[in-house]
Design a binder for this molecule. Structure first.
Ligand SMILES: NC(=O)c1ccc[n+]([C@@H]2O[C@H](COP(=O)([O-])OP(=O)(O)OC[C@H]3O[C@@H](n4cnc5c(N)ncnc54)[C@H](O)[C@@H]3O)[C@@H](O)[C@H]2O)c1
Length: 365
């Protein structure tokens, strides 16, 4: 059950993890009306740096000290994937409201463990599936709900990068810390979007293949920029850099997933994003975009419909809305925008794809 916080004063937020996404959380929360009041990072200098651009924010020596700060209404957890479960459990056990970055855990079993603690906590738990809040995703969902696609029978979900391995040699490329490569990192966003927008029912079976062809040896990797900091020479890289899968759902719906951190991909060869095929209409959109194109028939003509969305850039709007939604959930005015149960269903699909790739055959989800 959520504790109700007064709407009269801005909600105070503490952020655990002051890396690349911690900074985006701090900015988005501020734009959504939160007071960003505290930071903690395993490398305190990072928390100090981020606090410098948020006047009045306190730097705690570690996550435990931040969680003990009773002036905070809520905490965001923006740390490496393997720390999500323990930190979320500590925060929820302390009765804090929690915004937990994706993926919620390393696998579905970790999601189950978090869900059990959340069910007993006074705090509410929202998962950081931020793409749900983009203008494009919201429009797509409303078109589906209005029946404009008819019966949806297939979806494609893709994100391809040419040279986009994050933090090569660091936690992102270390399976025990990340849970996997692009499938868990990017796949969690796009698989969730398909399930959130198209509501396809239960996933039944998955067939997946993963590859690892880039960044080994690390010195041979040519790139322009790198999320998650520069390469760490000698660091591990034991996850895939490319994953492809076909997932079968009840009722005949199928999902094709292609998520790639690195590839030799000619410019413009592919359009990324979500595509939904329905018997009355089909649509495509980018996960953090503004625009949706609906292809349909009207009055005997083939037409493309482009709903008009507000001018704010898609990613910015999504991040602001994620924190507006979290505030509404903390105040008891609305349910969280993304629940741990929904995240577990996505994670079950991801776990099955990894299992299928390992066993070289289609497996049950
Ligand atoms: N929603 C999105 O679109 C999106 C985008 C990027 C990353 N992420 C997620 O955000 C999380 C962090 O990613 P990032 O890119 O910021 O990584 P990062 O490596 O840039 O930052 C992680 C930070 O966490 C700190 N840290 C590690 N263990 C800690 C602990 N126990 N307590 C406190 N601090 C700790 C590190 O020192 C580091 O500063 C990951 O789970 C990632 O999947 C989400």
């Amino acid at each position: 059950m959520a504790t109700t916080t007064s709407t009269a004063s801005p909600l105070r937020l503490g952020i655990i993890g002051s890396g690349g996404i911690g900074a985006i959380h701090a900015d988005a929360a501020t734009r959504a009306g939160w007071t960003v009041a505290a930071f903690a990072d395993a490398e305190p200098a990072r928390a100090e740096r981020l606090a410098a651009s948020h006047p009045g924010a306190k730097v705690h020596r570690d996550a435990a000290a931040l969680l003990a700060d009773s002036s905070l209404a809520a905490v965001s957890i923006a740390t490496p994937n393997a720390t999500h479960r323990p930190l979320a459990e500590q925060a929820l056990a302390a009765g804090r409201h929690v915004l937990l970055e994706k993926p919620a855990g390393l696998d579905a079993a970790e999601c189950d463990a978090i869900e059990r603690i959340a069910a007993r906590s006074r705090g509410i738990l929202q998962i950081g599936l931020v793409c749900r809040s983009s203008p494009a995703s919201r429009v797509a969902r409303s078109l589906v709900e209005a029946g404009r696609l008819g019966s949806i029978y297939q979806a494609r979900a893709s994100l391809h990068r040419r040279r986009g391995i994050p933090g090569l040699g660091g936690w992102f490329t270390t399976r025990s810390m990340s849970g996997g490569g692009p499938l868990i990192d990017l796949g969690v966003h796009v698989i969730d979007l398909v399930m959130h927008v198209a509501s396809p029912g239960r996933a039944l079976r998955a067939s997946g293949v993963v590859y690892a062809h880039f960044g080994r040896p690390l010195d041979d990797y040519r790139f322009h920029d790198m999320w998650g900091g520069p390469p760490r020479p000698g660091g591990p890289f034991d996850v895939e850099d490319h994953a492809t899968a076909l997932v079968r759902f009840e009722g005949g719906f199928s999902l094709e997933v292609n998520v790639v951190w690195a590839s030799n991909l000619p410019e413009g060869a592919l359009r990324d994003g979500i595509v939904l095929f329905g018997d009355r209409g089909g649509l495509s959109f980018e996960p953090l975009g503004r625009e949706v194109t609906l292809a349909t028939e009207e009055d005997g003509h083939l037409v493309d419909v482009k709903p008009i969305t507000p001018p704010e850039e898609g990613g910015q709007a999504a991040w602001r809305r994620q924190y507006e939604g979290f505030a509404a959930a903390v105040r008891g005015e609305a349910p969280p925008l993304a629940t741990i149960g929904e995240c577990r269903r996505v994670q079950q699909v991801i776990d099955a794809i990894y299992r299928s790739a390992q066993e070289g055959r289609e497996v049950e989800v």
